[in-house]
Design a protein around this ligand. Sequence first.
Ligand SMILES: Nc1ncnc2c1ncn2[C@@H]1O[C@H](COP(=O)(O)OP(=O)(O)OP(=O)(O)O)[C@@H](O)[C@H]1O
Length: 314
Amino acid sequence: MSMVVFDEVVKKYDAALSVNHLSLVIEEGEIFGLLGPNGAGKSTTIHILAGLLGASAGDVRVGGHSIRKEPLAVKRLIGLVPQELAIYETLTAEENVAFFAKLYGLRGSLLRERVAESLEFVGLLDRAKAKPATFSGGMKRRLNIACAIMHRPKLIIMDEPTVGIDPQSRNHILDSVRTLNKLGSTVIYTSHYMEEVEAISTRVGIMDRGRLIALGTKEELRKQSGQEEKLLLELDRMEETMLMEMREHPRLRSVMVTDAQTLEVVLDESTTALQDLLFILHKHGAALLKLSRVETDLESLFLQLTGRTLRDRG
Ligand SMILES: Nc1ncnc2c1ncn2[C@@H]1O[C@H](COP(=O)(O)OP(=O)(O)OP(=O)(O)O)[C@@H](O)[C@H]1O
């Protein structure tokens, strides 16, 4: 079932379109990574989806409900972790989560149960009675997440949740995204850190200047962009006759010796290329000590699509 359907969504602030006719379907169970440089339109897209901002044109459906016609039904399905912290420094951690729980209509023992559950989930149960003023930046972000998930939303939207935090909290947050997804939530996650999106997403959409310029699994994006399937082979020996045979083989696009024991090989698209490569190794009595794949690089893909670098390195 489709969890989110963007249908020709437009957001216009001034002359430029911040979201430019966005159409996109996200299926139930996905971890969808929305990637793009600063100002690409990610936050605007997320805010329209969460009902915080009206679209200039088009509509979004969440779990079959139109955000225009049934905004409350949509809001009930969503947990938004905003880019800016949405927690109260004067309340304790558990009071913060309880505040949001009450907004969703939770009361009494169910409220207490869900507050404890979400604080435990983000690793802050032992700090339930402390105020966020005593927390590190990463802990505040985790509390921000607890506030967004306590009503067990079907769709969790995270807008750059790992900006400027320590590695421990960052890993905690990435693990929690995976766990929430396993527990049944669809997750939409924006970032301009491509490593994160690569690591956790089932599918990636790349935005630039309000438009979705690429969409697919990492593998599909690699194919769309013409990036090649590159393998690294560590061998116990490297004979010239074997290398010659590889270089002459029509299914092996390039064969390069990178050090005394390592070969970098680019295969063509055919299904038998890898088999042929292994056959040649076997024929020449070379043992394969290690085989690894050079991972798709979203950064260079973005560069190729737009002529600009993805990351704001400031
Ligand atoms: N309230 C606003 N008024 C006018 N223009 C706006 C407003 N909010 C956003 N924009 C413009 O819309 C475009 C998209 O901004 P948006 O914040 O959605 O990008 P983003 O991809 O989320 O960037 P970031 O990674 O910095 O959060 C930008 O050009 C921005 O200047």
